[in-house]
Design a protein around this ligand. Structure first.
Ligand code: IPM
Ligand code: MG
Length: 368
């Protein structure tokens, strides 16, 4: 049997340098755990634009469709701000999500014990926090038509459309309920049913899926603005949150920062099962390309390394190996290692991106 295949798209900014550290981890699993992957690498985002004049070539898109999983670093940077909308780095990522039909975006917000003091919230509000935001990723206002900037009389109008079909809501609701069953069996669905028809439909469909197929899961509904407030007030009331594309974008950044560790959080974007039964999948850190610190050895590689852990769990049926990697990360944090983004106190000495990667590999070794 051939090895499982992995396409690495480092992208822009800190993407390439954190990916170097992920490679060390991938190599470790090959050498020490007999988990070999056929790894290929390609360009996405600004890097692809620079080389090919497009943020994602058709060849790369085809490769992404044919592998078992894609691992992406980050896209974007100020250098590309002037580009036409259709070739901006972000379009490369959005095309991957849309054409691979990766409708369920899993964004865990977990507070690592060693970092509980680092949150902007009080320690008892965040210590032990472990929630999962499921963001619908292939529809809603990100993709709805009509869209554009049009002339109306003597001024221009910017237009985007929020649009959800019943089947789009149905399938992401199912992902949320399935996942909740493996966690604490609670789903909170967030929309704005008080002002948006798409929110009314969202609420109805989520409730119907629940009543028909997941009555054992505890379901609540919240307006997304109130949800944002509750996330800051007492985030531990949540287990799984399911929400649309735009609200999910906002709420997941807020949730990530609660944990004090935006640079630490991974994500998985999953689609329908392929012929081999595994979901189409793309894994990426929640953080962006951080162009201000790119190339300086300051980036935290943990979010990307933990994204690979999610790949082990969700694409390669290697839950135990995923846990092994997550524990290695917890160990280096407990040992006090911190990249620059995790340093609160004055005078503390950060480790570099490479030192963090090496320490995680050493912790993996120590755990054998
Ligand atoms: C994210 C990012 C993206 C989004 C950008 C880079 C297109 O913010 O993954 O959360 O808005 O979805
Ligand atoms: Mg975002």
């Amino acid at each position: 049997m051939s090895n499982p295949s992995l396409l690495i798209l480092p992208g822009d900014g800190i993407g390439p340098e954190v990916m170097v550290e992920v490679r060390k981890v991938i190599n470790w699993f090959g050498a020490k755990r007999g988990l070999k992957f056929d790894v290929s690498e390609d360009l996405v985002g600004g890097a692809a634009y620079d080389a090919h004049g497009t943020p994602l070539t058709d060849e790369t898109m085809e490769k992404a469709q044919s592998v078992d999983a894609v691992l992406l670093g980050a896209v974007g940077g100020p250098k590309y701000d002037v580009l036409d909308f259709s070739v901006k780095p972000e379009r490369g990522l959005l095309r991957l999500r849309k054409e691979m039909d990766l409708y369920a975006n899993l964004r865990p917000a977990q507070c690592f014990d060693a970092l509980a003091d680092f949150s902007s919230l009080k320690k008892d509000v965040v210590a032990g926090l472990d929630i999962m935001i499921i963001r619908e990723l292939t529809s809603g206002i990100y993709f709805g038509e009509p869209r554009g900037i049009v002339q109306e009389g003597n001024e221009r109008v910017g237009i985007n459309t929020q649009r959800y079909t019943e089947s789009e809501i149905d399938r992401v609701a199912r992902s949320a309920f399935e996942l909740a069953r493996k966690r604490n069996n609670k789903v909170c669905s967030m929309e704005k049913a008080n002002v948006m028809e798409s929110g009314v439909l969202w609420r109805e469909v989520v409730q119907k899926v629940h009543d028909e197929d997941y009555p054992d899961v505890e379901l609540s509904h919240m307006y997304a603005d109130a949800g944002a407030m509750q996330l800051c007030r007492w985030p531990k009331q949540f287990d799984v949150i399911v929400t649309d594309n735009l609200f999910g974008d906002l709420l997941s950044d807020a949730a990530a920062m609660l944990t004090g560790s935006l640079g630490m959080l991974p994500s998985a974007s999953l689609g329908a099962p392929m012929a081999n039964g595994r979901p189409k999948a793309l894994y990426e850190p929640v953080h962006g390309s951080a162009p201000d610190i790119a190339g300086q050895g300051k980036a935290n590689p943990i979010a990307c390394i933990l994204s690979f852990a999610m790949a082990l769990r969700y694409s390669f049926d290697q839950g135990e190996e995923a846990t092994r990697l997550e524990q290695a990360v917890e160990k280096v944090l407990a040992d006090g290692l911190r990249t620059a983004d995790l340093l609160g106190e004055e005078g503390a000495q950060p480790v570099t991106t490479a030192e963090m990667g090496d320490a995680i590999v050493a912790a993996l070794d120590a755990g054998l």
